[in-house]
Design a protein around this ligand. Structure first.
Ligand code: KMH
Ligand code: ZN
Length: 289
């Protein structure tokens, strides 16, 4: 049995490396190796798993790169990932800023293990990223209908508090998992102080992953490793550079760099089985049995 999520010593558990290979906003003009198609996303995930990733956070794109909600793309991607190597398959229900909540829920039908849930709204750069309370409740209902586990995507401290209120009211089932997203313009800054404020709001048994945008990624994820986070997220959704002025050649290069950094700091990457236990995510067959 692996240690308890937050009460464990910071280095008691290996770290779950999450790959976010595509996102909804990054373009090939910014990152030529950005995967668009199910085949490209599956290939990027395979390489990333070999480099130390154990969970993949998915968004769909049309072949031309436009954000997509097409069920066939979700199904093809999940089917390709099911061929191995083993990886926890997570869908975004944040989608892109111009998708409706109905579009954002379509991936639930493709049989993922895990889905994100937004518990509030924010400015997202120059756009609005809106998730009303009823939208959040619809995400929970869809997850329950399809037997999918949930992770709260918190871009602000208020999103953490809103999730905790939902949980207290019985509207958001446990176990509580959070992805603390730092550095979206409109959300919390990517600073140690902001990470500390969000982490201190979490219950002791919550699982928590950290995401940080752009040039803040490496420093904030190193801090997350040292603070005992359950996971850290890398990939082109959040950052296209390996170092200042040096584009990453692949998503896997970012994963390998994170694996090396975490190992040097005292925590090796979690295997797939360890990640499932640390995040309390069990095989779908076992869920429905
Ligand atoms: N693309 C953003 C508007 C998530 O995946 O849950 C939403 C997003 C967050 O990427
Ligand atoms: Zn996302």
């Amino acid at each position: 049995m692996l240690g308890k999520p937050m009460s464990a010593a910071w280095d008691e558990n290996p770290i779950v490396i999450v790959l976010a290979p595509t996102g909804a906003e990054v373009t090939r003009a910014q990152q030529p190796a950005l995967p668009h198609t199910p085949g490209e996303i599956a290939a990027a995930t395979r390489e990333a798993v070999a480099a130390g990733a154990s969970l993949v956070h998915l968004h769909m794109r049309e072949p031309d790169g436009a954000p997509s909600a097409r069920l066939e793309l979700w199904q093809e991607t999940i089917q390709l990932l099911d061929r191995g190597p083993e990886v926890i398959k997570m869908i975004s229900t944040g989608g892109s800023v111009d998708q409706s909540i109905e579009e954002r829920l379509i991936g639930m039908q493709a049989g993922p293990d895990l889905a994100g849930i937004e518990t509030g709204s924010l400015n997202f750069g120059d756009e609005l990223f809106l998730t009303s309370r009823p939208d959040g409740l619809r995400v929970v209902a869809a997850a329950q209908e399809h037997g999918v586990e949930l992770e709260v995507e918190a871009f602000d401290l208020g999103h953490v508090h809103a999730a905790l209120r939902m949980h207290e009211r019985g509207e958001l089932p446990g176990p509580l998992r959070f992805n603390l997203v730092l550095g979206v313009p409109g959300g919390v800054d990517a600073t140690p102080e902001a990470l500390y404020a969000m982490r201190m709001a979490l219950p002791a048994d919550a699982r928590w992953t950290v995401t940080a945008i752009g040039r803040h990624q490496r420093r904030m994820l190193a801090l997350a490793v040292l603070c005992g986070a359950t996971g850290v997220r890398v990939g082109f959704e959040d950052n296209v550079y390996l170092r200042r002025g040096r584009l990453a050649v692949s998503n896997a290069e970012l994963v390998a760099d994170m694996a090396d950094l975490a190992t040097a700091l005292g925590r090796r990457p979690a295997t797939f089985d360890e990640a499932r236990e640390l995040l309390d995510i069990h095989p779908r067959a076992a869920v429905s049995a």
